[in-house]
Design a protein. Structure first.
Length: 185
């Protein structure tokens, strides 16, 4: 791997989201699990059983509870500005036709995290906050808790709470929905 510091004073050219989408349309990255974060192609970690299970359980609950009020997308791109196209484990987006373009906002984004915990807490939390995603949950598989990030301002979430076993999660946009944390682990 090339250390960008060795290139100074030259700069590494970031990849724009439109360029990345075009490469995807042309069939590049077919057998790779990648996402575009701040202009950089980042490999996504393989998913173990707990990492795959938690979002699947949550997604089933959300789909049943939301009906037609919102669309629940799994492992699908979210177009955030010119430089980023993360693929969160779950994104709850407004109903719409996304056949020509990825959603550019979400009501709730969820990431399950074990080996990706640092990336999800720092890079993705900042990215989601910068783009005004009102609520971001990290299903922390290591500590068996859910970190609930809300109130984005100035590129960060100003409120972070945790929910553990014996507690429930309710999306701010849909307070009538309640998901027991214990069902995710």
């Amino acid at each position: 791997m090339l250390d960008p510091a060795l290139l100074a004073p030259e700069q590494v050219r970031p990849l724009r989201r439109a360029e990345y989408d075009r490469l995807v349309d042309l069939g590049y990255f077919e057998d790779e699990r990648l996402e575009l974060l701040r202009g950089v192609l980042v490999e996504m970690s393989p998913q173990g059983a707990p990492h795959a299970n938690a979002p699947a359980r949550l997604m089933k609950r959300l789909i049943l509870a939301l009906g037609d009020r919102a669309e629940v997308r799994a492992h699908s791109p979210l177009g955030l500005g010119e430089w980023s196209e993360p693929e969160p484990d779950i994104a709850v987006v407004a109903p719409g036709d996304y056949s020509r373009e990825h959603p550019t906002s979400a009501l709730l984004v969820v990431e399950a995290a074990d080996s990706s915990l640092r990336k999800d807490r720092r890079i993705k939390a900042e990215l989601y906050a910068e783009h005004g995603i009102p609520e971001y949950w990290i299903v922390n598989l290591v500590e068996r808790i859910v970190e609930v990030h809300t109130l984005p301002a100035g590129g960060r979430y100003t409120s972070i709470a945790t929910r553990g076993p014996g507690e429930a999660l309710s999306p701010a946009a849909f307070p009538d929905i309640s998901v027991p944390v214990s069902e995710l682990f």
